[in-house]
Design a protein around this ligand. Structure first.
Ligand SMILES: C[S@@+](CC[C@H](N)C(=O)[O-])C[C@H]1O[C@@H](n2cnc3c(N)ncnc32)[C@H](O)[C@@H]1O
Length: 665
């Protein structure tokens, strides 16, 4: 039944019981007359009420209320609105209530919200006790959260307004609660912290992807102003050598800062996840040293992959792609005009990192393609034949140049003659360019990268040779080889130095992700045994050939994923025969799974790890598995980070090769 609310309408009051007074018969007749008059009046009233029945249903409900129907035991008071509050009134009351709450929230909104962190509490302090304490101070701000990190609770609450904040902090800081002096300070709320982090991440992603993703969402929202604009590329260097306008010293400084930042983030992570920072770690917060210069700054790349496409003038061009594929597709979706867009390639004539020989070859090849009106692969429509040109050249043997042509596999599916004619023309052209070998790579049109693709040698040997630190290496089309030969010599000598190998010591070296076996082979004369591991079969074959080429007798190679084969290799390895075991890890840019790191750590005999990486972010993640404190998951003593150094193998670009030395007792 309806509750009693204050209402604008007069409440029907219960009439007080009249005392029985004995009247004389004359008076009785008079009172009877008066009663009859009242009844007649009431009847008249009820008639008029009946007339208004349709107009006011709620009133009618009230009049029809029968007290006899009320449940037994209830006091028979007449409620203000016995059949519930009239609907119209309910609306009004709700409106008023809303107004009240609105003003309260508005008041709160006007005042700035401050998140307060109450720490240094007693181990057994509860939220209820803290709330009682706040009530004692007459603070109307309840504790919103209480967390327990390392058994000591921390309370959080929100305070509105600067005055309230100051008073709150003043009264609580230093207050002795359960024999402990409370500390209160303003902090960033979890939500705000997450929001800030999200914004920062978005900004970073924007910089990486050229604002693509955010622009796309803005465009979907129909925001005219923020519609993506075509990024203006002045020169090819803007794409592949974005630091080319910066003085080299500044470039080195920028890279060392970046390395330092990556190191700091690892340091923070380590601090967060390890209860107690070990002594050795504490004084290594500043571990990064300067970045070592590259001995060669321009025209240094020994390998380039050039895209075959169209330039702004709709002519066939061989060079670097100006837009990412997703960017091209996005434009296609956005604008019908871009549906047949082809111009995404820029020539390399001004490129600072490409060698003069390569520039000459690239120019000649694009002229050839234009003359023969060759079929060019369109990345959007997935049709056409010529896709990519790969050039590898040797600095040690200048007459050796390898050219690889990547084509779409099924383009000439039903017309072998046309394909042979095309290839014949191609062979003739490349023979005229005095290259040493030409290789054809056929790849599925839907695939961007195919590691299982088998190169077909069209002429020559299908490989070239290069020298590093006096060792000769055979390099085939797809095998990995550092792109800056001169800087690689600096890199490998740093690795050798970090590994402290010497001829007399009885040391075994695990070359994890060995590629063509270069690092292991350059260390072979200073170690008793080399074990190379790589997942690509051709890389292992190249490693074996390279070992033979350099007369290295003490090297063995295993093909397989490091995470899969490393534990069994370590188990089978006659560790007792060696006094020292060094692992050199050089994973691909995408990083490595944590399993090989865990396996390396579990092998107690491995005392030194030299970690080489061009992706410092993933490097720091992997280092984390090696340095984390001992637990059920991480068997074996943790490694200590001793040195971290950068080697600028990619001048004028954002990239850097880093070498880290880790040791344990
Ligand atoms: C950066 S290269 C290192 C090559 C070599 N250390 C050098 O400097 O010439 C990375 C190599 O790791 C290999 N690789 C990538 N993922 C691997 C994995 N999970 N297990 C073993 N090798 C892997 C690749 O095949 C590639 O040859």
């Amino acid at each position: 039944m309806g509750t009693v609310f204050s209402s604008p309408k007069p409440e029907p009051k219960q009439q007080p019981k009249k005392k029985k007074i004995r009247h004389s018969p004359q008076k009785k007749s008079q009172t009877k007359k008066k009663e009859i008059q009242k009844v007649s009046q009431n009847q008249n009233q009820s008639q008029s009420q009946n007339q208004n029945q349709n107009q006011n249903q709620n009133q009618n409900r009230y009049q029809n209320y029968n007290h006899r129907n009320a449940p037994r035991g209830t006091t028979r008071k007449v409620p203000a609105y016995p059949l519930g509050i009239p609907k119209e009134m309910e609306m009004e009351i709700e409106k008023e209530k809303e107004k009240e709450t609105k003003t309260e929230t508005e008041k709160k909104e006007e005042l700035e919200e401050f998140h307060i962190r109450i720490s240094n509490l007693d181990t057994y302090a509860t939220r209820k006790q803290l709330n009682n304490l706040l009530r004692r101070f007459n603070f109307p701000f309840p504790i919103t959260q209480i967390t327990k990190n390392h058994k000591t609770p921390t309370g959080y609450c929100s305070v509105y307004g600067e005055k309230a904040r100051d008073l709150f902090l003043k009264s609580l800081t230093g207050y002795t609660f359960k024999k402990k002096q409370i500390q209160a300070r303003v902090c960033i709320s979890k939500f705000k912290h997450k929001e800030n982090q999200r914004k920062k991440r978005l900004e970073r992603e924007d910089i990486k992807r050229g604002d693509l993703k955010r622009k796309r969402t803005n465009q979907n929202e129909g925001n005219e102003e923020s519609k993506p604009k075509e990024t203006k590329i002045k020169s090819i260097n803007d794409i592949v050598a974005s630091l080319y306008e910066m003085p080299y010293d500044k470039q080195l400084y920028k890279k060392s800062r970046k390395l330092h930042q990556e190191w700091r983030s690892l340091f923070q992570e380590f601090k967060r996840t390890n209860e107690k920072l070990p002594e050795w770690w504490k004084d290594r917060h500043d571990i990064t040293q300067d970045v070592i210069k590259s001995p060669i700054l321009e025209n240094y790349r020994n390998k380039c992959e050039f895209t075959i496409g169209y330039n702004e003038e709709s002519k066939i061009e061989v060079g670097f792609q100006t837009h990412k594929l997703e960017e091209l597709m996005f434009n296609k979706r956005r604008n019908r005009r871009n549906q047949n867009r082809k111009s995404y390639v820029m020539g390399v004539s001004d490129c600072v990192i490409v060698t003069e020989k390569m520039k000459r070859l690239v120019k000649a090849f694009s002229e050839f393609l234009n003359e023969t009106n060759a079929s060019i692969f369109n990345k959007l429509t997935k049709d056409g034949f010529f896709r990519t040109l790969i050039v590898r050249e040797s600095f040690a043997f200048p007459d050796q140049v390898l050219v690889g042509i990547l084509v779409a596999k099924d383009h000439y599916q039903n017309d072998e003659d046309a394909k042979n004619k095309e290839l014949e023309k191609l062979i003739q052209f490349w023979k005229s360019q005095q290259i040493s070998t030409l290789v054809l790579l056929e790849m599925d049109k839907h695939q961007e990268v195919d590691t299982n693709c088998k190169p077909q040698i069209l002429f020559g040997d299908g490989f070239i040779h290069e020298k590093i630190l006096g060792f000769t290496f055979r390099i085939s089309t797809l095998s990995f080889f550092q792109t800056n030969t001169k800087a690689t010599e600096v890199l490998y000598s740093t690795v050798r130095e970090f590994a402290t190998l010497n001829k007399e010591s009885n040391t075994a070296v695990f070359d994890v992700c060995c590629g063509t076996g270069t690092i292991g082979i350059t260390c072979s004369s200073h170690a008793k045994k080399i074990v190379g591991i790589d997942m690509i079969k051709s890389a292992i074959e190249d490693s074996k050939i390279n070992a033979n080429l350099n007369n290295v007798q003490n090297a063995d190679y295993v093909c397989g994923k490091a995470e899969a084969v490393l534990p069994s290799i370590i188990n089978k390895f006659p560790i007792q025969e060696y006094t020292n075991i060094v692992a050199i890890v050089d994973p691909p840019r995408s990083g490595l799974h944590q399993t090989p790191c865990i396996a390396l750590r579990a092998c107690e005999k491995i005392k030194t790890i030299v970690y080489v990486s061009c992706n410092q972010n993933t490097m720091m993640k992997n280092i984390f598995w090696l340095t984390k404190k001992e637990s059920n998951r991480f068997v074996g003593k943790p490694f200590k980070v001793i040195k971290l150094v950068g080697i600028d193998t990619f001048p004028h670009t954002q990239h850097l090769e880093a070498v880290m030395l880790l040791k344990r007792d």
